[in-house]
Design a protein around this ligand. Structure first.
Ligand SMILES: Nc1ncnc2c1ncn2[C@@H]1O[C@H](COP(=O)(O)OP(=O)(O)O)[C@@H](O)[C@H]1O
Ligand SMILES: [Mg+2]
Length: 319
C-alpha cells in the first residue's frame, strides 16, 4: 500500500520549545489517521508543516508523493485543510465563498457555480446559501469550512479538531460527513483531543504529547495498553484503604490507588491471574467489603493513562 502521508523524524522548534520533537508516522492512501493529543501537544504544528504553511526545522515529510519543503507547490495542489486556519470569509455569503474559492482554483465560472451548488447541497447548507457565515450556527459553520476545503478536490484532507466546540448532534453529523468523504477515497488526517472521536473515525491512532509519539495502534490495541480491566473495591467504612492498597500492589506489579474521599480502591488487572491474585489478597486480609466490580476503561481513561506525565519532566524544556 502506498503512503499518502509519510513523516520521518519531523521537528519544529519555537525558541527553546520543541513543539514537534521527532515525529514519525505514515498514513496509507484512502485511510483515516487520528492524531490524538491534549491541548498544546503539537497537533496543529504538524498539520501546518504538512500543509506547507510552516517549515520543519528537521526531518522530512512527503504528502501525495511530494516533499513538503522542496515540492511545496505540488503538495498545495493536492491537499485540503479545515480547522483552526480555515479560509472562509465571514463577510460574504456561504455560496459566494465556495464560488470564489473555485475561481481561485481556476475553475471556469460555470463549473465553479455548479460546484458551489453541489457542495452546499451535500453539506445541507442550500437554504443558507445567501446568508453570511457569521450568522451560521457552529455546526453550519464547520460544514461550510469542510465544503470549502473540498473545492480543490483534494487527495489528502487535514481536519484540525473539526468538532471542537460543537454540540453532540452537530458532532455526529460532521462525523457522518467525514465518513462519506472517506468512502470516496480521500485520505484524512484528523486531529482531535477526544479518543472517542478518533475511534469513531480512524482505523489507526497516533497519540502525541509534548511533541512526541507516545503510543500508536488501532483503537483496540490502545485499549489493551492499560491492561484491559480495572478492579474497583469498596471496603467497609473505617477500613484502612492505604494499607489494603499497599497489599494489593504486591500482587501483579501494578499499583493500586486508594481514594479515601470516594472510599474506593482501584487496581488495573491485566488478566484472570492478576484478578484472582488480587481477590486472594483481599480475602486473606479479612477486610469486610461493601462492593467490588470490574470495569473496562473507557478510551478516554486509556488516553489519560497514556498522557499523564509530570510536567516537570517535560523533555522539551532545554533552557
Ligand atoms: N507560532 C508559535 N510560536 C510559539 N510557540 C508556538 C507557536 N505555535 C505553537 N506553539 C507552541 O507549540 C506547542 C504546540 O502547539 P500546537 O501545535 O498548537 O498544539 P495543539 O494543536 O496540539 O494544541 C505549544 O506549546 C504551543 O504553545
Ligand atoms: Mg491545535
Amino acid at each position: 500500500m502506498t503512503a499518502a502521508i509519510h513523516v520521518e523524524d519531523l521537528v519544529k522548534e519555537f525558541g527553546s520549545t520543541r513543539a514537534v520533537d521527532g515525529v514519525t508516522m505514515e498514513v496509507p492512501a484512502g485511510s483515516v489517521l487520528g492524531l490524538l493529543g491534549p491541548n498544546g501537544a503539537g497537533k496543529t504544528t504538524i498539520v501546518r508543516m504538512l500543509a506547507t504553511l510552516t517549515r520543519p526545522d528537521g526531518g522530512r515529510a512527503r504528502v501525495a508523493g511530494f516533499d513538503v519543503v522542496t515540492e511545496a507547490h505540488q503538495v498545495r495542489g493536492r491537499i485540503g485543510l479545515t480547522g483552526q486556519y480555515a479560509s472562509v470569509d465571514e463577510t460574504i455569503p456561504g455560496w459566494d465563498n465556495l464560488y470564489l474559492i473555485g475561481r481561485l482554483y481556476r475553475l471556469p465560472p460555470r463549473r465553479a457555480k455548479a460546484l458551489a451548488d453541489e457542495l452546499l447541497e451535500r453539506f445541507r447548507l442550500s437554504k443558507a446559501a445567501k446568508k453570511l457565515p457569521r450568522d451560521y450556527s457552529g455546526g453550519m459553520r464547520r460544514r461550510l469550512d469542510l465544503a470549502a476545503s473540498l473545492v480543490g478536490d483534494p487527495e489528502v484532507l487535514y481536519l484540525d479538531e473539526p468538532t471542537t466546540g460543537l454540540d453532540p448532534r452537530s458532532r455526529l453529523e460532521l462525523w457522518d460527513m467525514v465518513r462519506s468523504l472517506v468512502a470516496r477515497g480521500t485520505t484524512v488526517l484528523l486531529t482531535t483531543q477526544y479518543m472517542e472521536e478518533a475511534e469513531a473515525l480512524a482505523e489507526n491512532i497516533v497519540v502525541i504529547d509534548h511533541g512526541r509519539v507516545i503510543a500508536e495502534g488501532t483503537p483496540a490495541e490502545l485499549r489493551g495498553r492499560t491492561g484491559g480491566q480495572v478492579l474497583r473495591i469498596r471496603p467497609d467504612r473505617g477500613a484502612d484503604l492505604t494499607e489494603i492498597a499497599r497489599q494489593l500492589s504486591g500482587t501483579g506489579g501494578r499499583s493500586a490507588v486508594a481514594d479515601p474521599d470516594e472510599g474506593l480502591i482501584t487496581l488495573p488487572v491485566g488478566g484472570q491471574e492478576e484478578l484472582t491474585a488480587a481477590l486472594h489478597v483481599l480475602t486473606a486480609s479479612g477486610v469486610p467489603i461493601d462492593g467490588i466490580e470490574t470495569h473496562t476503561p473507557s478510551l478516554d481513561e486509556v488516553f489519560l493513562t497514556l498522557t499523564s506525565g509530570d510536567p516537570a519532566d517535560d523533555p522539551r524544556r532545554t533552557a
